[in-house]
Each structure stands twice: as C-alpha cells, then as structure tokens.
Write a protein that binds this ligand. Structure first.
Ligand SMILES: [Zn+2]
Length: 327
C-alpha cells in the first residue's frame, strides 16, 4: 500500500524540527518491506539515466547512511517517507527486489547469470550454486539463506555490510572469503574451510572455483584488495574490487568472459583491460552514495566515459544500473 506522501516542504520542516537528519538509530525500529511508491520511470534510456542521476544527486551521504545502516530494522514510516522524498532510495530497494525475482527465474545452465545489485556488488547464479561478490544492500542479509558462499574484496563498508557478514558467518555458517574476516563459523560440507585468506589460494565450492590474488587500493593500501578469478566450467568472471594497480591484475584465464572493475580508483580502464583482456568489461562502483557528489561518487556519465575509452581501444564494455543483469 502506498504511504501517504509528504511534500518536500513538510519533509524538510520535519527534519528541521527534529534537529537535522535523524540519527541512524532514530530511524531503526521494526523490520519493513519497502513499498513501491515511486512512479515508474524507464531508466534504461539516456533521458532515464539523467533523471535517475538527478534523483541520486539529491541523496546526501548523511541521508544515505541514516537510511542504509538501519538494515532490516529501518522504521517503516520514516523509511517510506524517505523513499518518497528521495526516489533513488526506492530504486535501490527495487533493484534488490528485481534481482531476487530474477534469480529464481533465470536459467543458468548454459553459462552463469550475473546481476549488479549496487556499487560493485554482484549476484551470480550457476547451474548448481548461488553466491555474491561485494554485496552491499540494506537487506543483503535476507539473501544469506539462499547463498552457498560469499566473496568480499576488502574491508570498506561500500563492499559488504556487517549484518550480511554476521548472517552468513553466524546463523548460516557459510563460507565468506575475504582478507579481513575470521569466518570461524564457516563450514563447507563437513570440512571446516573458513574463508579468511591473505594468500594466493584456490577455493572450490561445488561447480565454482575461486582463485584469490592481491592488488593495491592506492599508494598506501598495498595488497589491500583481493581480486577474485571465478571459474565455472570454461566461463570466467574476474572481479578486481577497488584496484589502483593494473600491474597486479594477472588472471590465469587468458580471456575472461566478464571483468568487473572500478574505473576511478587510480587505474586507467584501458590499462586494466590490457592486463585482464576481458570479453566484456563491466564499469562498476558508480553512484556509491556513502560519498558526496563530486567527492569519490562517480556518475553514470563518468561510467559512460570509461566505457567509451574501452570501446575506442577495442574492448566491449557496459555500464549497468542497479539491478541490471550483466549476462
Ligand atoms: Zn569502494
């Protein structure tokens, strides 16, 4: 059911009366399924992307964190008011619902199905497995019961959520491969295979092989980001996280099917593409709302510029929006 709309003026007045944006814990109450209250805009075309960008630009990092950090305990009334005032938040919720619905329907028998949820977070369905890389979403923990395992490239809050990790590691007792979480609770079959590693290592999960390697996030966070080379039969996905150093991207596969990368972390996209040699480059880490506009928050248009450079150099590239299926 559609929540009663609050005008912008009322919303701003309510926030002012409350002494500014509500603190995260003031927003958090009972669990809430998000209402679908925003009029549908086709965000596939150029106009749609522009409208979507404007909606995103209206979300400050403070508003974002006050909303997102509540996780499943977001207060229902305030959450729906925020989604009406800031439609990008509704799209963020819709993206998660879209991926959830498509997971069940997707046929992944010929090759894995891959979706971008938000930022660099992907969901991958294979013939036998379901897993995520860098999944960050307010409701990510609700996906944990369906997952076989999860991968996290590095210890920055835009690449995972603590609630998600706790759900996987705690009640689900599933493997989370990362370079910063102990993952004591993880079991795979009967064997304890906690996913913590800082080595170059290969994990096997059913029909999926995951090879870890390390790359730099910047000049001082050396070997801080894990690059994951994920193979399912002869299909390879390479996720390089927040990589600043193309020199450390060395997949074993000579021509991975899909490469997910950050275009503005210090590595030129074409340098990365020369190292990885992907069949399809996926420009990700755009519109990460924890940063302010113009300050480590890159737009869809920034992504398009990276895509163009890759295409000029002879690579195929795409700029998925939240919830888009990549392959
Ligand atoms: Zn990041």
């Amino acid at each position: 059911m559609m929540a009663e709309a609050m005008s912008r003026r009322e919303f701003v007045a309510a926030i002012a009366a409350a002494g500014g944006l509500p603190a995260a814990n003031a927003l958090c109450a009972g669990a809430v399924p998000p209402g679908n209250a925003v009029p549908t805009v086709d965000i596939g075309g150029d106009d749609g992307r522009e409208i979507f960008q404007q909606e995103i630009d209206a979300v400050t990092p403070q508003a974002w964190w006050s909303y997102d950090k509540c996780g499943m305990s977001l207060d229902e009334a305030l959450g729906s008011r925020m989604r009406l005032e800031l439609p990008a938040l509704q799209r963020y919720e819709n993206a998660f619902d879209k991926v959830l619905a498509e997971i069940d329907a997707a046929d992944a028998s010929a090759h894995p199905a891959v979706w971008l949820v938000y930022n660099m977070g992907i969901v991958v369905k294979t013939g036998k497995s379901l897993f995520t890389v860098d999944l960050h979403h307010r409701r990510a923990e609700t996906l944990a019961p369906k997952l076989d395992f999860a991968l996290i490239t590095h210890n920055h809050g835009d690449h995972f959520t603590e609630d998600f990790y706790q759900a996987m590691n705690g009640r689900e007792k599933k493997t989370v491969v990362s370079n910063f979480k102990d993952n004591y609770g993880a079991h795979f079959g009967r064997k304890h295979v906690g996913g913590y590693t800082r080595a170059v290592k290969t994990f096997e999960f059913g029909d999926v092989k995951v090879r870890t390697a390390y790359t730099d996030h910047n000049d001082y966070l050396i070997d801080y980001t894990t690059a994951f080379e994920i193979t399912v039969g002869d299909f390879a996905i390479y996720h390089s996280g927040d990589c600043s150093n193309a020199g450390k991207l060395r997949p074993e596969c000579p021509n991975p099917d899909v490469w997910i990368f950050h275009p503005r972390c210090g590595m030129k996209p074409v340098d990365g593409a020369r190292a990885v040699n992907p069949k399809l480059a996926v420009v990700a880490h755009l519109n990460e709302l924890g940063h302010a506009k113009g300050n480590a928050r890159w737009t869809w248009a920034d992504g398009e510029r990276a895509r163009q450079k890759l295409e000029d150099a002879g690579y195929k590239a795409v700029v998925p929006l939240w919830g888009d299926r990549i392959c």
